[in-house]
Write a protein that binds this ligand. Structure first.
Ligand code: OFO
Length: 170
């Protein structure tokens, strides 16, 4: 049985993951508006991945006999000054998500809930990967400048991002 404190924190994290998905979906719209198909594709894959992150906690709460309580998802930003600024915003967001996950893992230990801590460890590793991936894109965009031929090449590279692994494998 999940403690009330942990159940509440997990429900909040489900909402944060849905917000992440929503934010990246908003970035898809922004990139499409700029005719950056590759960037839009990358954001689409990321939005799908965040959706799966939400579902993984959703299913976990149910498995533990907890009540999932969905909350309203906040309105994401719609515009950024440049593709680089959008990716910088994505990196800042991932750092914020890492902080949330760390707090949840800490809380699980405080509550002596090792099963939840174990699930959170999956997210801890996932966040390392996510931050590294976005950081790499931000660095490359800073190097090439986010317009002209450099941007064209980057956009082509980002189009090759594969679809995220299905939830069962997550
Ligand atoms: Fe990229 O954040 Fe989910 O966990």
């Amino acid at each position: 049985m999940l403690s009330p404190k942990l159940l509440d924190a997990l429900n909040k994290q489900i909402n944060e993951e849905y917000y992440s998905s929503y934010l990246y979906r908003s970035m898809v719209a922004y990139m499409e508006d700029k005719n950056l198909d590759g960037c839009a594709h990358w954001m689409r894959m990321q939005a799908d991945e965040e959706h799966m992150h939400a579902l993984k906690i959703f299913d976990y709460v149910l498995e533990r006999g907890g009540r999932v309580e969905l909350q309203a998802v906040a309105t994401p930003d719609r515009d950024w000054d440049s593709p680089l600024k959008a990716f910088e915003a994505a990196l800042a967001h991932e750092k914020f998500m890492t902080e949330n996950i760390t707090k949840l893992a800490d809380l699980a230990l405080e509550e002596r809930d090792h099963a939840t801590n174990n699930v959170m460890q999956w997210y801890v590793s996932e966040q390392v990967e996510e931050e590294a991936n976005v950081d790499d894109i931000v660095n490359k965009l800073r190097m090439v400048g986010d317009s002209g031929p450099g941007m064209f090449m980057m956009d082509r590279e980002l189009k090759s991002r594969p679809a995220p692994a299905p939830i069962a494998e997550a």
